[in-house]
Design a protein around this ligand. Sequence first.
Ligand SMILES: NC(=O)c1ccc[n+]([C@@H]2O[C@H](COP(=O)([O-])OP(=O)(O)OC[C@H]3O[C@@H](n4cnc5c(N)ncnc54)[C@H](O)[C@@H]3O)[C@@H](O)[C@H]2O)c1
Ligand SMILES: [Zn+2]
Length: 360
Amino acid sequence: MPRFPVATPQRNYTAVVERGAISRLAEFLPAKCGRIFVVTESAVWDLHGDRVRSALNQTTFDTLFFAGGEANKRISHVEQFAEQMAELGADRTSLIIAFGGGIVTDLGGFLAAIYMRGIPVIQIPTTLLAQVDAALGGKTGGNLVAGKNLFGSFHQPLAVLIDSDVLATLPEREYRAGLYEVIKHGVIASEPLFRVMESKRDAVFALEPKIVEHMVAESVRIKAEVVTADERESGLRRILNFGHTFGHALEAETKYSHFLHGEAVSWGIRAATHLGAALGMLPEQDSRDILAVLNAYGPIPSVAGIAAESLQARLLKDKKTIQARVHFVLPVRIGEVVVRADVPEAAVRAAIDRALAECS
Ligand SMILES: NC(=O)c1ccc[n+]([C@@H]2O[C@H](COP(=O)([O-])OP(=O)(O)OC[C@H]3O[C@@H](n4cnc5c(N)ncnc54)[C@H](O)[C@@H]3O)[C@@H](O)[C@H]2O)c1
Ligand SMILES: [Zn+2]
């Protein structure tokens, strides 16, 4: 059973990647576990709640239902849940199980971070995106009117249980959005993973268990190693933002309603690849291979009508932009990226133009 250790100053824990991993839930409950609260969405609970119920066996628990969607990833819901928990007698020994996609893992994690100044959370991600990214690494939070993910906290989980069986019910578009984050992991840290994505596309789409487990496990291994090296994103963890600087600009420009996060990341990887190639940092063949894989897993919804200058202006507003210097994560070969803050604006604009033209 693949188990990946995550070691951070806050907590050491394990990410388990295994078909049927949810059935092991009881093994990860703390010794002195008080009341258990499962934060989930009704759609997810209807499909897969029985897995959690039977894993908890005779243990009683309460379910906190979250309406779902980015528009609801708001602090007001966290407050509501906290009030509900208090009414139900939650105390410092209580445990939260966040069971759903990245929105639930982010919001449920944040609820755990702030309830009585912090109670434990076990993450059970149910979308591919949450399995390979959101549920691991301790970033929790939600949206303000002013922008996405503008409140939050680092709150590392007790464990992350990643069960690829639940992916069978994921809508294809959501699955594909997660695949772009897997491709990202390949480009930033693992040429072998990238080549698997390149050569096994049909098996990936057919959800062949061996391939799915492999790509999830490799992604989790990479993210676990990066988070272990840099919990708070002061250095190495920035490489996980590959494709995200451009991608966030696209999401914001389209008011988070036109693209799924992973789709915007796909476009962002494309722009960053063009930028790396134009700066002479990335061999041409590698650039061609990355673009070909993005195309093979595409298309993403059309970007027609989106103005390059607006996207460029938005780069400066990115949360990760420090003192008006945009930090770009750029590929130097498949399997390695670097962070650069000295990129000429004209080159950025040209990369945006090319990426827009290719996805119109
Ligand atoms: N904390 C982090 O490090 C981090 C990293 C990446 C993304 N995120 C966050 O993750 C969020 C996006 O997550 P997401 O893409 O998982 O979206 P999501 O949570 O909205 O889930 C997508 C959809 O899939 C449905 N769903 C979930 N599991 C299912 C299943 N097994 N079968 C059928 N349907 C299922 C959900 O009901 C929802 O409609 C964003 O808010 C983003 O900010 C956080
Ligand atoms: Zn992402």
